[in-house]
Ligand binder design. Structure first.
Ligand SMILES: Cc1cc2nc3c(=O)[nH]c(=O)nc-3n(C[C@H](O)[C@H](O)[C@H](O)COP(=O)(O)OP(=O)(O)OC[C@H]3O[C@@H](n4cnc5c(N)ncnc54)[C@H](O)[C@@H]3O)c2cc1C
Ligand SMILES: *[C@@H]1O[C@H](CO)[C@@H](O)[C@H](O)[C@H]1NC(C)=O
Ligand SMILES: *[C@@H]1O[C@H](CO)[C@@H](O)[C@H](O)[C@H]1NC(C)=O
Length: 348
């Protein structure tokens, strides 16, 4: 069987993980093409801005994606320090929440009412991970290069262009669309189910464990409270906002001071009791979570007789914690295409 030529569009966690799992299989020649790459910071490129931690959000029917991902992230935290992922114990304060993932984490426990922060209904605690995206995304790139994947910059206006972007010079028979929010604005068939959920954070040098996560906050809708200390000198991410439909990629100073005030209120020691002034800020940042009505689009679509598109986008606020699950889904779809196409050589 000849090699299947694959072009992956997108170098966020979804595209890179899809390419990584494909590159571990025999029979594929893979090119990753993207406008933004690890190292870039732009609000429309969500991945660098994630905390990132693991608080499963799927319902029972969708738990495959997050549970498969957890097992791989746990392995990386245990055995692969250079991936920039470490374990963090993690109290989660919520308004109401009875998670299915009780059984996923070995040390999961519900916290007694006396430990629930003011203003919240319930709390639980378990050891999850925090991913330092500034180390982890470049690590993914390194794994791809090691496996022979070629990575290139390009801004794609129409999906058809991707057919001609394989480094082999041969036309692609599979295109993986992992463009996140990009799939809304692109020419051609625009996916109007996509929308942004703006997330503003402050990255500080000061350290504080354990992490904290509160769904919503008493400062009103869209305002959250979280503290995530990243591995390897990555600083601590203070969050944040969850602002549905907001496209603004500039950090808002009023929001920044509300975020930091909420943090120093629950964790005064992070700033030696000196309030916001005790924090050393690296940067204020904004990322747009690529959300989609109806959830992630993981499916294949025929572009024409010889090229198939496999879509994997719309991961909202859970792209890291579901990354390996969805990437495994991409591999399944791409292998189906490979079997169907056997022998068929696409024309440019
Ligand atoms: C503040 C914040 C906190 C978050 N916290 C968490 C967390 O704790 N846990 C978690 O799991 N998730 C978290 N998320 C969500 C997570 O960041 C996203 O779900 C994830 O990054 C989506 O990845 P992606 O690869 O699908 O998209 P993106 O990272 O946005 O990547 C899209 C890629 O497609 C490329 N692209 C788009 N259009 C084109 C085009 N026309 N031509 C060429 N290339 C194109 C871009 O350049 C980019 O390379 C958070 C997000 C934010 C903003
Ligand atoms: C991704 O898929 C969407 C929906 O079909 C489409 O509108 C968009 O053009 C695709 N993006 C790319 C880069 O191929
Ligand atoms: C916060 O970080 C800065 C810079 O590293 C440091 O000078 C300051 O003492 C830290 N404050 C606390 C409470 O750790």
């Amino acid at each position: 069987m000849t090699d299947t030529i694959v072009v992956v569009i997108g170098a966020g966690v979804s595209g890179l993980t899809s390419a990584l799992l494909l590159s571990k299989r025999k029979g594929y020649k893979i090119t990753v093409v993207a406008k933004h790459m690890p190292g870039d910071y732009h609000g429309e490129y969500a991945s660098p801005f994630a905390g990132a931690n693991i608080v499963p959000l799927a319902n029972d029917a969708g738990k495959r994606w997050e549970s498969e991902t957890w097992h791989e992230l746990k392995r990386l935290a245990e055995d692969v320090p250079e991936a920039g992922i470490h374990f963090q114990s993690f109290p989660v304060h919520a308004f109401s929440n009875i998670p299915w993932y009780r059984d996923l984490f070995k040390d999961y426990r519900d916290l007694p009412q006396s430990e629930v922060l003011d203003g919240y209904d319930s709390a639980s605690e378990y050891t999850g991970v925090c991913i330092n995206t500034a180390v982890y995304l470049p690590w993914l790139v390194g794994q791809l290069l090691k496996n022979g994947v070629v990575i290139k910059r390009s801004i794609i206006k129409d999906i058809k262009e991707a057919r001609a972007l394989s480094h082999t010079g041969q036309p692609a028979s599979v295109i993986v669309n992992a463009t996140g929010l990009g799939s809304l604005k692109l020419g051609g068939v625009r996916d109007s189910a996509l929308y942004p959920i703006r997330g503003q954070t402050a990255l500080v040098r000061n350290e504080s464990t354990p992490m904290v996560l509160c769904s919503g906050s008493t400062d009103g809708p869209g305002e959250e409270l979280y503290i995530m200390q990243r591995a390897g000198g990555g600083g601590t991410v203070l969050g944040g906002t969850y602002d549905v439909g907001n496209w603004d990629t500039e950090a808002d100073p009023n929001v920044a001071s509300r975020i930091m005030s909420r943090v120093v209120k629950v964790r005064p020691e992070i700033a030696s009791g000196n309030g916001i002034a005790g924090l050393s800020v690296i940067r204020h940042a904004v990322g747009l979570r690529p959300a989609r009505k109806g959830g992630v689009r993981l499916e294949k679509e025929t572009l024409d007789g010889s090229t198939t598109i496999v879509h994997n986008y719309g991961h909202g606020g859970y792209g890291f914690q579901s990354s390996y699950g969805y990437a495994a889904g991409v591999v399944e779809l791409v292998s189906e295409v490979r079997k169907q196409q056997k022998g068929a050589v696409p024309k440019l």
